[in-house]
Write a protein that binds this ligand. Structure first.
Ligand SMILES: CC(C)(COP(=O)(O)OP(=O)(O)OC[C@H]1O[C@@H](n2cnc3c(N)ncnc32)[C@H](O)[C@@H]1OP(=O)(O)O)[C@@H](O)C(=O)NCCC(=O)NCCS
Length: 143
């Protein structure tokens, strides 16, 4: 498995993973938004023999934001998201994200990696679901 910056050539594959991973209620990224973030080099892809299997989109800042993360359904449960987040943590000392309150799988993933819940944004998603804000700061314990 190789982890590297995604490029505009990956746009179709990224949109395919996005559509397989998020419904309208999750507010998925549009093609235009994805291509904007690609041009700013904000997306790291996980590749197996040139096939894109997942991605993480990071918006850099003092506390950088995991803006999106998704793994192709056929490649889930193989630690790819874990490795993408670990790579993002090497490049960004501090990370923060929002996750749907009912996304138990993603919440398990973030808690396993030592992220802690810092608050809730009420009715953050289009269907009225709350989000939980998770963050991991430099020097916080890694489980
Ligand atoms: C959430 C998601 C990114 C996880 O990707 P993944 O590569 O399958 O995750 P990993 O294999 O690295 O799993 C890491 C941890 O996540 C949790 N996890 C993964 N799959 C799980 C499942 N089916 N049930 C419960 N917990 C699960 C576990 O804590 C797991 O650690 P463990 O293997 O030690 O038990 C993936 O399921 C996905 O793309 N979901 C749809 C999009 C999404 O929800 N993105 C996150 C938005 S905030």
């Amino acid at each position: 498995m190789i982890f590297k910056n995604a490029t505009i050539k990956d746009l179709n594959a990224l949109i395919k993973i996005e559509q397989a991973s998020f419904c309208q209620k999750d507010d998925p990224l549009s093609r235009r938004a994805m291509s904007y973030h690609l041009k700013l080099n904000r997306i790291i892809g996980a590749y197996q023999e040139d096939e894109l299997l997942g991605y993480i989109l990071i918006i850099p800042n003092k506390i950088a934001r995991i803006y999106s993360l998704a793994i192709s359904p056929k490649a889930r449960g193989l630690n790819i998201a874990t490795k993408l987040i670990e790579k993002a943590l090497k490049e960004n000392a501090n990370l923060r994200l929002e996750v749907r309150k009912d996304n138990v799988i993603a919440i398990n993933l973030y808690e396993k990696l030592g992220f802690t819940c810092k608050g809730i944004k009420k009715r953050f998603y289009p269907d009225g679901c709350d989000s939980k804000i998770y963050q991991k700061l430099a020097n916080s314990p890694y489980m």
